[in-house]
Design a protein around this ligand. Structure first.
Ligand code: MLT
Length: 248
């Protein structure tokens, strides 16, 4: 068993050619991945990640409006006219259970759309880190890309740390049968030197930005490790929810 792993520190350099033939994990700790994982756990019917507000609004009339919610942010804030923003804490209970979420965020859902040509897109963050590692191992994938959403083309500390911890999990399973690019090696070094997740998330520039907007509770929530064991995957542009009977 062997795996070749390529880590991208931001979505900008991820092209269709790079996506082809790989299993991709999109990490956007603050906050798209964390919010999607939370929404999935809360029993949504499906989530449609899109690459911008215009696309989200265009899609809405094609859906059952009783069930469909427009969700996401611009500059961290709920888009005018949208039903929900991008705080994972909004995505609980009857607000989202059984709903279809059309989800647009600046970096996170855009990264998911960019990865469309890949064999599989899994959504990962601290909340489901261990589950993502187990999912990759059991998939038997030989080529894996970890795609950090980053922030506007730049590395985000919180995504990079999350990626480093995922790489560590894979190293434990594959030992020297795991090929790593330089970014993956660097992410492991960060994970070895900065072990307090909440501290890293709070010190990150996007973490500070969100704190100033009043989203401090989101930072705390998004820092929780292995709270969930589900791995939402994007298939044909959609994340299908679990059946109602399996909801907690
Ligand atoms: C993004 O996709 O850029 C983020 O999830 C922004 C945010 O914190 O809402």
């Amino acid at each position: 068993m062997s795996m070749n792993l390529c880590l991208y520190v931001a979505a900008d350099t991820f092209t269709e050619t790079r996506a082809k033939g790989t299993h991709v994990v999109v990490i956007d700790v603050l906050r798209a991945s964390s919010t999607i994982v939370q929404a999935y756990e809360s029993g949504v019917e499906r989530i449609i990640p899109v690459a911008g507000v215009e696309e989200a609004t265009r899609l809405l009339p094609t859906l059952d409006r009783e069930k469909a919610l427009l969700c996401g942010e611009q500059e961290g804030i709920k888009v005018d006219g949208f039903d929900l923003g991008n705080s994972p804490l909004e995505y609980v209970g009857t607000a989202v259970r059984g709903k279809t979420l059309v989800f647009s965020t600046t970096n996170g859902t855009t990264a998911m759309v960019k990865a469309a040509a890949s064999d599989e897109i899994a959504v990962g963050c601290f909340l489901n880190l261990k589950a993502v590692v187990a999912h990759l191992i059991s998939s038997g994938a030989e080529r894996v890309s970890i795609l950090c959403a980053g922030t506007n083309g730049l590395l985000s500390l919180e995504d990079f740390l999350c990626a480093g911890l995922m790489v560590n999990g894979l190293v434990e399973a594959y030992h020297n049968q795991l090929g790593l690019n330089d970014a993956a090696v660097a992410a492991r070094l960060l994970a070895a030197s900065m072990t307090d997740i909440f501290e890293v998330v709070s010190r990150s520039s996007h973490g500070q930005y969100l704190s100033n907007l009043g989203f401090k509770d989101d930072l705390e929530f998004c820092s929780r490790l292995d709270l969930y064991s589900s791995v939402p995957t994007v298939v044909d542009g959609r994340i299908q929810g679990r059946t109602q009977s399996s909801h907690r």
